[in-house]
Design a protein around this ligand. Structure first.
Ligand code: IPM
Ligand code: MN
Length: 390
């Protein structure tokens, strides 16, 4: 097997520090096993835009497209906004989602044993970790992000920038800003099908072991959601062994926190998924633990769910585990795609070392109640995997 090529996109702020830890993991895997990684880093992001006038250098999109996979740190920096109001750095995260058709944003919410939850400002509760093991799929190429996605992609590919068509809004006066929220049958079909596929490979919901896909929408109010739900019903017919379930997004946020054990796989539209997964991270110990994969049929970009945390940037403080968990997802995805059993095995060892590190509880970052640095956690994880790979 030849080496896997990976583009690393550290991006902004703490994104740079967490990607350093992922690099060390890739290095040790290359050193200790027959699986090789050949990675390149591309400087990018909002700060890069402020410094250079470009979100990343020309040709970067193509380099990402040619690689076997991508791993991103974080995008966003205070004041990094383009003249038209768009997020500077959007060209990377949104441009790749749209330009490479990464239609499913897969965000597992899994609680590792031993995590202390910080609720109401105190580390005062440890939950039964077996109750939290679900996976949220967020549609990633349309919905309320449509305009921003199209504009971000156009910057990399040189297409004409998309602008919302002008419309009359009877009853409103003065200046109006609006974002279209198109939801297509095809776009819904592919992400919903992916949700059922993922459910068919999992162990069901923690409470009863039943494979169940929940459609989260606001179909009592919006037309886009009505279409989404009707496509959900059509797709569900192809998976008679998987139970279906429905929730409106508002009530879902409550059930997610009160009864996470009832959920196996959840599928929802773009903006709802963005919000629900930040909330969901609380169930797994916070944003320092939450991993994701932006997955299409031919490409995939993995990234922690958290942002660039400017407040902590350069302080070597943030939790690198969300990125290591994203790296784990990347290895598993590459392993499945290339029928590489060894890589799939390595990916489960990454999960093992994260789990051991947390259960031991000695070297953990502030967000989990410890005082270890980003690089101490990274080094420990490297030592642990190095031992496992011997
Ligand atoms: C995320 C982030 C992005 C999003 C931002 C950085 C554009 O919040 O990946 O969840 O809104 O999708
Ligand atoms: Mn988000």
């Amino acid at each position: 097997m030849s080496d896997y090529s990976v583009v690393l996109l550290p991006g902004d702020g703490t994104g740079i520090e967490v990607i350093e830890q992922a690099k060390k993991m890739l290095d040790i895997i290359s050193e200790k096993t027959a699986v090789g990684f050949n990675y390149e880093s591309i400087e990018c992001g909002g700060k890069h835009y402020l410094d250079t006038g470009k979100e990343w250098e020309e040709g970067s999109f193509e380099r990402c497209k040619e690689a076997d996979s991508m791993l991103l740190g974080a995008i966003g920096w205070p004041g990094a906004i383009r003249d038209n109001g768009d997020l500077a750095g959007g060209e990377i995260v949104l441009g790749l989602r749209s330009g490479l058709d990464l239609y499913a944003n897969v965000r597992p919410i899994k609680l590792f044993k031993g995590i202390q939850h910080k609720i109401h400002g105190k580390f005062n509760s440890v939950w039964d970790s077996s109750n939290v093991d679900l996976c949220i799929l967020r549609e990633n190429t349309e919905g309320l992000y449509y305009g921003a996605l199209q504009r971000s992609r156009a910057r990399s590919t040189g297409e004409t920038l998309f602008e919302s068509p002008s419309l009359e809004f009877p009853g409103l006066s003065g200046e109006i800003a609006w974002d279209p929220r198109p939801i297509s049958k095809n776009g819904s079909n592919r992400v919903i099908s992916k949700a059922f596929e993922i459910s068919s490979k999992r162990n069901g919901a923690p409470n009863d072991g039943i494979s169940r896909v929940t459609c989260v929408d606001k179909s009592n109010v919006t037309r886009g959601c009505q279409l989404f739900r009707s496509v959900f019903d059509q797709v569900a017919n192809n998976y008679p062994k998987i139970e279906t379930n429905y929730a409106y997004i508002d009530a879902f946020t409550m059930w997610l926190i009160r009864n996470p054990e009832e959920f196996d796989v959840v599928v929802t539209s773009n903006m709802f998924g963005d919000i629900a997964t930040d909330l969901g991270s609380v169930l797994q110990g916070g944003m320092g633990m939450a991993a994701s994969g932006n997955i299409g049929d031919n490409h995939a970009l993995f990234e922690p769910v958290h942002g660039s945390s400017p407040k902590y940037a350069g302080k070597n403080m943030v939790n690198p585990i969300a990125t290591i968990n994203s790296l784990q997802m990347m290895l598993e995805w590459l392993g499945n795609r290339h029928n590489d059993e060894q890589l799939i095995e390595i990916s489960s060892k990454v999960t093992q070392v994260v789990s051991d590190q947390i259960q031991e509880g000695k070297t953990i970052t502030y967000d989990l109640g410890g005082n270890a640095t980003t690089s101490q956690v990274g080094d420990d994880l490297v030592k642990r995997i190095s031992n496992l790979l011997d």
